[in-house]
Design a protein around this ligand. Sequence first.
Ligand code: HEM
Length: 142
Amino acid sequence: MVQREIANREDVILLVDSFYEKVQQDNLIGFIFNDIARVDWSHHLPIMYNFWESLLLDSHNYGRNAMEPHFRLNKLIPLEPAFFDRWLELFEATVHELFTGTKASLAITRARSIKGIMALKMDRINHPAASNNGDIPVVPGK
Ligand code: HEM
C-alpha cells in the first residue's frame, strides 16, 4: 500500500480502526482490552476518532479526560511499562504502514509524549517507593 498524508477524518478513522485491530489481537496487551476492560468498541472507537482528529487536525471535538479510564483500569490490572511499550510499538507500526508526512510524524510524537506521561503516572501509583524523590527513605531509619 502507498502511504499518504493524514488529511481528514476518514484517514483518522482508518488509523484508529487499524490500530485497535492490532491491539485486540496482540498477545501481550489484547487481553486487557478484550477480557479485563471488555471494551464496547462501538462506543470506544468514535471517542478515539475524536481524540486523534483533535490532536492531528485541530477539530476540537474531544473534550474528555483521557487519563481517567486508565486510572480505573489500573486498579483492575496494574498497567506496567511493558504494556505501554507494546501499545506504542503497535501504534507506530500502524502509522508507518498507512501514512507518511508531517501529520504522521505528529501522531507519533503526540503518542510518545502522552504514553510517557501515562506510563509514569501509573508507575508512581504502582511502585510508590521506587519513584519517591529521594526525600523519603525507602527503608525507614536508613
Ligand atoms: C497499555 C496501554 C493502554 C491500555 C491498556 C489502554 C486501555 C484503554 C481502555 C480499556 C480504555 C477505555 C475504553 C472504554 O471506553 O471502554 C481506554 C480509553 C482511552 N485511551 Fe487508552 N490505553 C492505553 C494507552 C493509551 C495511550 C498511550 C493513550 C494516548 C496516547 C490512550 C488514549 C486513550 C483515550 C483518549 C481513551 C478515551 C478516554 C475517554 O475519553 O473516555 N490510551 N484506554
